[in-house]
Write a protein that binds this ligand. Sequence first.
Ligand SMILES: [Zn+2]
Length: 47
Amino acid sequence: MREKYILRCTECKNENYIGKNDKKKEKIEVKKFCSNCNKHELHKQKK
Ligand SMILES: [Zn+2]
């Protein structure tokens, strides 16, 4: 069973990425490029 998740920029709260959860993780935190901040920021999974 796969769940979709949304990665949100921790700086501007912009929802930038949507992915699929293959493994069950409690938290997903990745550093990705935010087009709103125009730089790499930490993105966290929206709950
Ligand atoms: Zn941002």
